[in-house]
Write a protein that binds this ligand. Sequence first.
Ligand code: NAD
Length: 359
Amino acid sequence: MSDSVKKICVLPGDGIGAEIVASALAVLKQVAARAGFDVELYEEAIGGAAIDAFNNPLPDQTLRRCMESDAVLLGAVGGPKWDPNPPALKPETGLLALRKALGLYGNLRPVKMLPVLIGCSTLKPEVVGGVDMVVVRELTGGLYFGTPRGVSGEPGKETGFNNMVYQRHEIERIARKAFELARRRRRKVASVDKANVLEVCQLWRKVVTEVAGEYPDVELNHILVDNCAMQMVLRPAQFDVLLTENMFGDILSDIGGVLTGSIGTLPSASVGDGPALYEPIHGSAPDIAGKDIANPVGTINSVAMMFEYSFDRPDLAKQINDAVSGVLNDGCRTADIAGSGTRVVGTREFTERIQEKLR
Ligand code: NAD
């Protein structure tokens, strides 16, 4: 195999995972073949499917294959079948372990308003028109991982505590991801913190400002998290790259998720210093699994992100994004984003329409 062949580990997972990943793979193979871009695909089990087959939500073979790949494509994991399981045998445990093993310290979540879907947003068209931002969320530090943590004290007088902890190097590496990304875009970074109250955020602000010195061509602004939440619903189009610590990012990226209307359309990438993981932002949607009605756009656009960020082929990413927009513009929709005057089709037909655009 030549070095230029890209190895992709494919993890369909549970629920609608198999359907949406099948759609995304059909698009991936077509775009790659047309561009003469060599890919090797390896499908492995994760989550509930892996528990059923191997009694392990992240089998060794899956982990090894992911670590040896250039990128990983995931559908989603989880479902009611495995809800009663102990923590070690829950589907989500497999995904968390994979993220940890791959050292994925940054989550990139693009939020882009497609003009044709503007009516799907709960916000006014004049507010969400032109929204095109990426939330860059730190994923392995901060309040969710800081120690000491716990609940102590005798019953009736307990104290609960967590710690928001960041080391300089953790801030530096995620800040660099944000600035590098901004260079591919409109060259603006807004760094979110609560530096008026929290010392950890004062360090965050100081380090981000220092890193900004390495990127003089990128504009940096600092914004307090409460104001940021407000601005995201008041004037979201002002943002280009939004850099945030873990918990602030958790909350703000969900606000970003609703701006554009449907959870089914949004892709994401989790990045570290090795292979990145690409997945739609939604879960396994057991309520609609196997019905051929899932929206595959979030997963297909995750493949577009893979081409752009892991394989440095923004041209192929654009082909995919344009084909998706083209089909939506034609009035062809899955049920979750149907509107008046549109034609509702199933997952497979929607995918075929995209493939036609790519021919
Ligand atoms: P969900 O995102 O799976 O579904 C929420 C709602 O959105 C459902 O009504 C669903 O039908 C709909 N929906 C989601 N994706 C859609 C798509 N592509 N097209 C059309 N409609 C779509 O969230 P949930 O119901 O809270 O969780 C279901 C399972 O997924 C749980 O087991 C949960 O733990 C798991 N989960 C996994 C991930 C992941 O794998 N990264 C993320 C979130 C939730």
